[in-house]
Design a binder for this molecule. Structure first.
Ligand code: G6P
Length: 621
């Protein structure tokens, strides 16, 4: 065993006189080094051992580069930390964006070991942007970078499509805002509301941009139906009330067939019908050409249709019509958002790690989560308006991209990084307790916005101190408190929340995910796992139809024949699905669509059910 690893060694004596279990004899390549903040802890591996490990590791076949064992705990000497901070600080001068990675403890050896992988990742990115089939599982190109710089597109056809769509979005938004395009009957004589119907990447981008950038009094107010929850849909429609007549409904679905979105559309069309309104005069579709949704909008003569491209994924579609149209209709300068993204794209094309903020993020993620997602990514924007960007939007971007079962070589890797968080300082009053003292299974990303309020609006709530100073203090204090307990963190700083910086932040994380995916050798651009859930949901609905048919038949008998769960399962020829049949009946009974003749859902074996009325047509359907 190596010197210093023996449990009796003073450097490893536990801080609280608890009996420490003897450290098991460790295999040669998985040296465990104390990361306790014990001041006496010293690197226990000598340089020669580290070199030996490093040499052997490079021969090991593994998901990623196993990081060189940590040399002791995290750096705690303030002078050394300051040097590390300055040495690694990334700054994008024009964007006013900083990236601080100094509180992630990667070693120089680790950076050196990773260099070849980063060069390979940069090459992968270069080929992706040139039009390579970067999504091999679906045989698709990956072109979200072209959306903000059409000249990058691999051919003139795509370039023209991108440019034409952007111009069409801008013109349509101008015409709606000016009242040139208006609803047929509305007191205001113009559109005043937008109702976006879409889910996942067809909702999260528009939602976070609206929260981050919409003016307090936008020309059209945006609301969302992003689920197939009847009560949620009713609530959104009720909120619109009579303004339904001046509501532009934008239905967003890349595939054009997502069930939740289709249900939302049908529910909204029903509301229009009940209000005596012609939906086609207020409907807009954003979908792939010739999709079911596109053809519906075409046949029904909706107000407008905008294309989505198969080389843009839902989670990277904010710079397509999906995000640009809702933003433009709220008066947001979408061309500025594209400029910010373009500037960041240029920066994240650098092949020098230290000059590439996305690569620096990838380095931190790999180190902190061992390249296998061993730690979660807690994201804390200390700015209310960035909550959705850094919680639900980033959650989808990271987890739907990286959470994959197989790598590109077909190895089962079950990869991913879990993302959660809301906002600071609010979350300090929720779960920071566990982060500071509990299970150490995360690293933090702080998002800092330097400008607290527009110029001239600041106010001292006590001599020399403003509300924003508290927010600043809370961020810095939490960062220090976590680091003092060996909790690592990254800090992204922007001057203020502007259209340009939001565009840059989107681009930064899109690229970071792409580079990290290359480091761990996975396809970041498909989502096979989502299909499994959709298929299973279809099977439940098919079973529900069979249950209804069986209950209907029993209910048309004279006298009515209430059935037990076993009888329903047998008549559905699905004895193995009795639990799902019970759940279906429970759901129908709760919505007055099945009647309980005997027993209760609390004791399934006692249940006898039938339908309230016999549907003769169904009998012979
Ligand atoms: O835009 P749609 O085709 O309706 O898809 C909406 C969402 O569906 C699935 O959940 C995909 O995993 C998401 O990436 C996508 O954003």
């Amino acid at each position: 065993s190596l010197p210093g690893l023996c449990p009796s060694s003073p450097s490893l004596k536990p801080k609280h006189n608890r009996i420490s279990k003897p450290i098991p004899s460790l295999p040669k390549h998985s040296l465990a080094f104390s990361t306790q903040s014990n001041p006496n802890s010293k690197p226990v591996a000598t340089q020669s051992v580290a070199r030996e490990i490093s040499a052997d590791l490079s021969k090991m076949n593994n998901v990623g580069v196993l990081k060189t064992a940590k040399q002791g705990g995290l750096e705690k000497d303030p002078k050394a930390l300051w040097r590390r901070y300055v040495d690694w600080l990334y700054q994008h001068k024009e964007l006013g964006l900083y990236l601080d990675v100094s509180r992630i403890g990667f070693s120089d050896e680790f950076v050196a070991e990773m260099e070849p992988r980063f060069q390979a990742a940069f090459k992968t990115m270069e080929e992706l942007e040139k039009g390579a089939i970067a999504n091999p599982d679906e045989g698709r190109m990956v072109g979200h970078y072209w959306l903000r710089n059409a000249k990058l597109a691999p051919n003139s056809f795509l370039r023209i499509q991108i440019e034409k769509t952007l111009d069409a979005v801008c013109k349509f938004a101008d015409d709606v805002i000016s009242g040139k395009i208006k609803p047929p009957t509305s007191p205001e004589g113009r559109f005043t509301q937008i109702l976006s119907v879409g889910i996942g990447g067809s909702a999260l981008g528009p939602q976070f941009v609206a929260e981050a950038l919409a003016p307090d009094n936008p020309p059209l107010k945006l609301s969302f139906i992003d689920n197939t929850d009847p009560a949620g849909i009713d609530h959104q429609i009720a909120q619109l009330g009579s303004e339904l007549a001046s509501t532009l409904v934008i239905v967003i679905s890349k595939s054009g067939g997502t069930p939740e979105t289709r249900n939302g559309l049908l529910e909204v069309q029903k509301a229009f019908c009940e209000a005596g309104l012609d939906f086609s005069k207020q409907g807009v579709a954003i979908t792939q050409e010739n999709s079911l949704l596109d053809n519906t909008a075409k046949i029904e003569g909706w107000v407008a249709r905008f294309p989505m491209f198969d080389w843009v994924g839902g989670r990277t579609s904010e710079m397509s019509a999906v995000g640009l149209l809702p933003a433009a209709l709220q008066g947001i300068d979408i061309r500025e958002m594209l400029v910010g993204a373009t500037m960041m794209d240029d920066a994240t094309r650098s092949t020098v790690l230290r000059n590439n903020p996305a690569a620096l993020l990838g380095l931190c993620w790999y180190w902190a989560s061992d390249g296998v997602g061993s730690k979660d990514m807690v994201v804390l924007p200390y700015k209310d308006s960035l909550l959705l960007l850094f919680s639900r939007y980033l959650q989808q971007l990271v987890m739907e991209s990286l959470g994959k079962e197989f790598d590109l070589d077909g190895n089962r890797v079950n990869q991913g990084i879990s993302v959660y968080g809301n906002k600071g300082s609010t979350d300090q009053h929720a779960y920071i307790q566990q982060l500071r003292e509990g299970v150490h299974n995360f690293f933090v990303t702080f998002i800092e916005v330097l400008r607290d309020r527009p110029p001239g609006h600041d106010w001292e709530l006590e001599p020399g101190v403003t509300c924003g100073d508290y927010l600043f203090g809370m961020l810095q204090g939490t960062r220090s408190a976590l680091y003092a307990n060996d909790r690592e963190s990254i800090t992204v700083t922007v001057q203020e929340v502007t259209t340009r910086t939001v565009g840059a932040l989107i681009a930064l994380y899109e690229r970071a995910v792409g580079i990290y995916a290359a480091l761990i050798n996975i396809n970041a651009y498909h989502q096979p796992g989502v299909e499994a859930g959709k298929k299973a949901a279809g099977e439940v609905l098919a079973l529900q139809k069979r249950v209804l048919a069986v209950l209907n038949e029993a209910s048309c008998k004279e006298p009515v024949e209430p059935l037990t769960l076993e009888e329903v399962a047998d008549r559905c020829h699905a004895p193995g699905d009795i639990e799902m049949i019970y759940k279906i009946i429970e759901h129908m009974a709760a919505n007055d669509r099945a009647l309980i003749a005997e027993g209760s859902c609390g004791s399934p074996h006692s249940l006898k059910v039938f339908l309230g009325e016999c549907n003769v047509d169904e009998l012979y359907a």
